[in-house]
Design a protein around this ligand. Structure first.
Ligand code: ADP
Ligand code: ASP
Ligand code: MG
Length: 465
């Protein structure tokens, strides 16, 4: 069987959902399990509703929710105009969900309190609206469909808002609830992003988590492929919003994909690759509106070969750079351990680390509790803080030994002076920390250096055809 995951823009309206239905029905012979995100920006609207309710502004909370459901209702009416039975069932399911959501928001507004648990119960409605409409559409088109509540399968811990999946439990639950309908030829439609604790409380996997859901279900069902359908022709050489000339990449090693995702390539959730790779399942990234176009394959069964340069660029920001200068004896053993123990105690994640004789620099998330860190390091290090920085990174297998990569990158950056450089920590990553305001230009310059030639060659080949 295969898992097909469709992201928010792929399910944004009736026209898109029709395309998705075409793709799913065309894959019928492969026993598809379909994982959907919420439609368009619904999740953002639900987060806004939860915040408004917590602030006591029930009217605007209810308005956000009304808008989200209006989208679902309108889409259902458009798609199911000729299927009154399915339309009725769909409308009544949506109405029940809306009532439940209104109760949650009223409670939140009354108490003026929004716990992470309540927030999850609220925002999970986005995916539930999408699958309700889509399952009805498939039924209306004559398919055998099982609309499965992801909370029956996607077991997680109770870290609401950023829950960790419990993979053995998911495997057992998938065998129980997912495998049987698939085996009888039914198309399974379920929600991404949403899970539940063993006590039955709704959880979410963190923003963009539907990709992760797809990979987890793929692993649990030992799928032959996990397909991530989105609004770009696979993973591109850079974020196309930053580098308009970014080009599709045909194959990525799992490590390259993981690295790109971790460093900001939003097209894949950072945790997606892991379950699929561990289960030896290829992941492909495809364009819903151009199903016959290019796509990227990340295949853990294929041997990884070194590239003679970069595979892609990514950027993540803002990040904060901390430079800690020792106020203690230098080169004392255990110094770094004590330094980073303070980070660990405060739950601060460190990305890039560069050390010099008397100083250690690292990047951390912008919302890290720095005042407390500075206090904790009192007597051990003096801390200098630089905010509004970004990491710009190039990824490619065998980068460490590829000739002239660092030289070319530094030359391409030109007037942009990196404040930190990370290289050689692994085989495939070259990272620069620059000012956030210069990150886009740095990406464009690096892209021109490493990919323009390739792009020109491809364009020339196109013309000569
Ligand atoms: P979905 O809603 O389908 O999950 P996302 O918005 O999460 O889609 O991810 C797709 C978007 O990721 C693209 O539209 C693009 O703007 C962005 N993106 C960032 N980096 C890359 C990259 N290297 N390749 C392709 N897309 C990228
Ligand atoms: N709907 C969720 C979000 O917007 C999950 C996802 O789309 O992957 O973050
Ligand atoms: Mg996404």
């Amino acid at each position: 069987m295969i898992v097909l995951k469709f992201g928010g823009s792929s399910v944004a309206d009736a026209a898109r959902l029709r395309q998705v239905a075409d793709l799913v029905l065309a894959a019928r012979a492969q026993q598809p399990c379909v994982v959907l995100s919420a439609m368009g920006k619904t999740t953002d609207a639900l987060f806004a509703a939860a915040r408004a309710a917590a602030a006591g502004d029930l009217d605007s909370a209810l308005q956000s929710v009304a808008d989200a459901f209006a989208r679902g209702d309108t889409t259902a009416r458009e798609l199911l105009a000729n299927a009154p039975e399915q339309l009725l069932a769909c409308e009544s399911a949506l109405a029940t969900m809306r009532e439940e959501l209104q109760v949650l928001l009223r409670g939140t507004a009354l108490l003026r309190e929004l716990t992470p648990r309540t927030n999850d119960a609220i925002v999970a409605h986005g995916e539930r609206i999408a699958t309700t409409v889509f399952a009805a559409l498939l039924q209306a088109r004559g398919a055998m469909v099982t609309h499965l509540d992801a909370r029956c399968v996607l077991r997680t811990d109770a870290r609401f808002g950023a829950a960790t999946p419990i993979r053995p439990a998911i495997a057992a639950l998938a065998a129980q609830h997912l495998a049987p309908p698939l085996a009888t030829g039914s198309i399974v439609v379920t929600q991404g992003y949403v899970g539940s604790t063993s006590e039955g409380f709704t959880t979410t996997l963190g923003r963009g988590g539907s990709d992760w859901s797809a990979a987890l279900l793929g692993e649990a069902l030992r799928a032959s492929e996990v397909q991530i359908w989105t609004d770009v022709e696979g993973v591109l050489t850079a974020d196309p919003r930053i580098v308009p000339g970014a080009r599709p990449i045909l194959t990525l090693s799992p490590a390259e994909a993981a690295e790109l995702a971790a460093f900001g390539a939003k097209v894949l959730h950072p945790a997606t690759i892991q379950p699929a790779v561990e289960a030896g399942i290829p992941v492909t990234v495809r364009h819903t509106q151009r199903p016959l176009g290019s796509f990227t394959t990340i295949d853990p069964r294929r041997a990884t070969t070194a590239r003679n340069g970069l595979a892609a660029l990514a950027t993540r920001g803002p990040v904060t750079v901390l430079t800690m200068t020792s106020t203690r004896m230098l080169a004392a053993s255990g110094y770094l351990a004590r330094l980073f123990a303070a980070f660990g105690e405060l739950g601060i994640c460190v990305d890039l680390v560069v050390t010099a004789e008397v100083a250690v620099s690292c990047t951390v998330e912008p919302d890290a509790p720095l005042e407390r860190l500075v206090q904790a390091l009192d007597g051990l290090a003096r801390v200098e803080i630089l905010r509004d920085r970004a990491i710009v990174c190039g990824v490619g297998e065998g980068l460490r030994t590829a000739p002239h990569v660092v030289e070319r990158a530094c030359r391409a950056l030109g007037s942009i002076t990196p404040e930190l450089i990370g290289f050689g920590g692994n085989e495939r990553n070259l990272s620069f920390v620059v000012r956030q305001s210069e990150a886009a230009l740095a990406m464009q310059r690096l892209h021109a250096e490493f990919f323009a030639e390739r792009a020109n060659r491809a364009a020339a080949a196109e013309v000569s055809r």
